[in-house]
Design a protein around this ligand. Structure first.
Ligand SMILES: Cc1cc2nc3c(=O)[nH]c(=O)nc-3n(C[C@H](O)[C@H](O)[C@H](O)COP(=O)(O)OP(=O)(O)OC[C@H]3O[C@@H](n4cnc5c(N)ncnc54)[C@H](O)[C@@H]3O)c2cc1C
Length: 387
């Protein structure tokens, strides 16, 4: 077992760390008010190869493995966890478009995504629910050499600012469930598309929202993979994105811990530093321990992926544990700062609001635990009555 990093990994980690600490961290608070990601910042990150480093060089990436991509996500999200959405969505688009899109489509889009010139959202959730995604209802009806889309997608990260969406739509019968779902790459400036952002409590720069499709025509060549294979594709992509999300939320929790320790040494109560009270330091020590363990789980899962080994259960473990742990850690840091922790002057409240969204986004803790159970005991863990 080797926990060391190669010289190349250290160099990339250092480049990401510098960008994150010097460019992202100072603007974290201000970006919340902007309500959207600055395209110049995206291009800057793209030029450094920090958005989708795992893509091969022909598609605009750095050709690195999953572990190295994880190191970069962690560094970037230390400065601004919301910028990690670019990386997670980029990784999902890279997996789905790269594996299932027509090679011409992948050649056209992936370098633009990796370069920070295009933003591609992922459209799965609908107003009726996101957990039971296999029964989605947005319809794609064949009409000559195109499909016509009608329906609404809800809760889509970057809905208000994305250039395109990888959209999951029903091409088969309702009764076909997951087997009737196909994926398409849809331009969001197409006639018939409208969108609106939600008034979220956190992650405001991401602009989560709804997208409506009213008779939107999409060429059949924009279908990703075979008809009826869309659901399987997104589920394979989730095995990657769920681990990256783990690192995306552990990083700001670590940032809060790193800021809280020195405060415990400086702040005095009853004539001594509060660091001398074990009631103050033991909770922080416990969170340091759990974050170290959760980080190892993430990197081991990425390593399994890099080896081509099964990692669905491990990815689901990352997805339920890391956001909860990040929320609990940041909350403890906020409390350690006392009354000043409750102000907007300190970043803990913003981090707390931001990471909380990822307790839900990309699948809740319940569905993640169902996946772990299914991987251990089989489909009996997730079998429901037929509709
Ligand atoms: C910050 C954020 C970003 C997001 N980004 C995207 C995105 O980019 N693209 C996208 O498509 N979606 C996105 N989502 C939507 C997200 O994936 C869904 O919200 C999520 O899958 C849950 O769906 P739901 O909100 O409709 O809850 P529901 O499915 O209605 O579930 C409600 C509650 O019931 C629980 N529940 C449901 N079924 C079961 C069960 N069988 N057993 C136990 N508990 C159950 C759920 O865990 C949940 O707590 C995002 C959400 C958030 C908050």
């Amino acid at each position: 077992m080797d926990f060391g990093l190669s010289e190349d990994q250290k160099a990339l980690q250092e480049a990401a760390r510098r960008f994150s600490r010097e460019v992202l961290l100072p603007g974290y608070k201000a970006r919340e008010a902007d309500g959207r990601l600055d395209r110049g910042l995206m291009r800057q990150m793209g030029e450094l190869g920090l958005i989708v480093p795992s893509l091969d060089e022909a598609h605009g990436g750095l050709g690195v493995d999953g572990v190295t991509a994880g190191l970069i996500v962690e560094e970037i999200c230390y400065g601004d966890t919301n910028v990690g959405y670019l990386q997670v969505l980029g990784a999902l688009a890279g997996t789905i478009l790269g594996r299932h899109g027509h090679p011409d489509l992948a050649r056209e889009w992936l370098p633009k995504i990796a370069g920070g010139e295009r933003l591609v959202a992922l459209g799965l959730t609908e107003p009726r629910g996101g957990t039971d995604a296999a029964h989605l209802q947005l319809r794609a009806r064949r009409d000559g050499d195109a499909f016509v889309l009608d329906g609404e997608k809800a809760s889509i990260s970057m809905a208000a600012q994305a250039d395109a969406v990888i959209l999951f739509a029903r091409t088969g019968e309702d009764s076909a469930g997951a087997r009737g779902v196909s994926a398409f790459l849809v331009d969001l400036d197409a006639p018939g598309v409208t969108r609106a952002a939600y008034d979220d409590i956190g992650t405001r720069v991401v602009g989560r929202g709804s997208i409506w499709f009213d008779g939107v025509r999409v060429p059949a060549s924009r279908m990703l993979g075979g008809e009826g294979s869309g659901f399987t594709q997104v589920m394979q992509g989730f095995d990657y994105s769920r681990v990256l999300i783990g690192l995306q939320v552990l990083a700001p929790a670590q940032a809060s811990l790193d800021e809280t320790w020195p405060y415990t040494a400086e702040r005095h109560a009853f004539d001594r530093p509060i660091a001398q009270y074990q009631g103050v330091t033991f909770p922080l020590a416990e969170f340091e321990t759990q974050i170290a363990a959760a980080r190892l789980l993430c990197y081991r899962t990425l390593w399994l992926r890099d080896q081509g080994l099964p990692h669905t259960a491990e990815a689901a473990m990352c997805k339920w544990w890391c956001p909860k742990l990040a929320v609990d850690t940041i909350h403890q840091c906020l409390l350690t700062f006392g009354h000043i922790g409750y102000t907007r002057d300190l970043p803990h409240q913003q981090r707390l609001r931001d990471v909380m969204g990822l307790e839900i986004g990309d699948g809740t803790a319940q569905v993640s635990k169902l996946i772990v159970a299914r991987e251990r005991v089989g489909r009996i863990a997730v079998q429901y009555a037929k509709r």
